[in-house]
Write a protein of this length. Sequence first.
Length: 196
Amino acid sequence: MKHFKLSLPIISFLGFTLFFACTSPTEKSPLRSPELRTPVTTGIIITDIFGNEIGRWGNPDYRGSDENDLQFVFPPYPNPTTGDTEIICIIRSPKSLVDVWVVPATLTGQENSNAMYSQMGNFFAPGGLAIKELVRREEKDIGYHSLRWNGRDSNGNEVPSGFYRIYTRVDGSLFWYDILVAKNLSELPPGMNLGF
């Protein structure tokens, strides 16, 4: 009886073969924050129901346009919101591939807390995993594009109050804004003035 000796190259080949044989080529990996961790909110751009900026809270970290201003994403509105938020982008390249997704975020100083929320049990979003994909690899033409996030996760559950980051990727350029979902005024962070 002969013994077959497995070497590192053979084990590696078998491992890769098994991995690719078990992975569907049409299966998409989940969208998540690029840092592979929960984003940290440093502030938000406060917008009214028409999309006008009416103030800032904290020191917002965002990216609204690319270096050549070929693509542009406006701050989501209203922000803060009780649920529904409008996301608008201007695309200046034909047949652009677009992704838009929502990830739970934590507030500066609370980075070690779990990114989780409870809705009919506990739900965890480790590593900045998207809780809602609004658009996935959708081809968009030149122009003004608008879409709405209804404040629900991919299972249709209403998300709880807290900070979220909305990512928009257009042809590889990544944009983001942080939003606050607050079901009532008592859930607003200290020092946030909405002007009323």
